[in-house]
Design a protein around this ligand. Structure first.
Ligand code: HEC
Length: 206
């Protein structure tokens, strides 16, 4: 009670009026709100070559156009995914110039949906404990931090067969086909790689 009264007093004194207005203006400017419900079954997104795109602000045509050409600046609202757990989302221009307005996400997925595990700009790591931004920023300027196979990023030890298997076995997808023998093998191989890399990482820790 005391707090509210003194807040009201300082507001009427004009002390807090300016900061509150600034907060309100910022909230308006932040068009894109990303939460657990912003994500969906990867194969229900729009496929482009071997990955998937979407746009949270309704500009799917703009996003698909850049993705199809394979170079250029993605429009705000763009969602890009190669595997169910890792997501790049483009905020409005100027939101974070250092990452060219991309935010990186590592999400947990199961039959009930998606849950953001980590999100951020330069501080998010992948399942191998490597930094998303540090690697994606190596892509040459015309690719807007999109790596594909030959844009200049360091390679990751995951094959196209493994990416495909991860996409087809996304637990969020209804009407998922039974896992093929090839996909089962690719997932098993990936599991071995993850285990080996994790063991290496543990061994390096003091
Ligand atoms: C060591 C480098 C490296 C790290 C770390 C990394 N990536 Fe990537 N990422 C790649 C490469 C290389 C590809 C392209 C793979 C291919 O197409 O065969 C890729 C592909 C992608 C794609 C599909 C579009 C594209 O760039 O080709 C998305 C989205 C993505 N990564 C998100 C993430 C997120 C989110 C993280 C962190 C949680 C992350 N990546 C960490 C190297 C990395």
């Amino acid at each position: 009670m005391m707090k509210i009264r003194s807040l009201a007093r300082s507001m009427s004194a004009g002390l807090l009026a300016t900061p509150l207005l600034l907060v309100a203006a910022h909230a308006d400017a932040e068009k894109l709100k990303v939460d657990d419900n912003s994500f969906k079954c990867i194969t229900e997104m729009t496929p482009v070559r071997h990955f998937y795109v979407d746009n949270l602000l309704g500009n799917l045509a703009g996003t698909t156009a850049v993705a199809s050409v394979g170079r250029g600046e993605y429009p705000e609202g763009s969602v890009v995914q190669l595997v169910p757990n890792e997501v790049m989302i483009k905020h409005e221009k100027g939101f974070n110039p250092a990452t060219r307005d991309w935010e990186f996400f590592y999400i947990d997925v199961d039959a009930h949906g998606s849950k953001i595990f980590r999100r951020g700009f330069a501080e998010v790591n992948n399942r191998f404990d490597q930094n998303c931004f540090a690697c994606h920023v190596q892509a040459r300027a015309e690719f807007d931090l999109i790596c594909e196979e030959d844009h200049g990023c360091a390679p990751i030890p995951v094959t196209r067969a493994m990416f495909g298997a991860l996409q087809r076995s996304d637990p969020r997808c209804k009407n998922r086909p039974p896992v093929s023998a090839e996909d089962a093998q690719a997932l098993k191989d990936l599991g071995e790689i993850v285990k080996a890399l994790k063991a290496g990482g543990e061994a390096r820790k003091p």
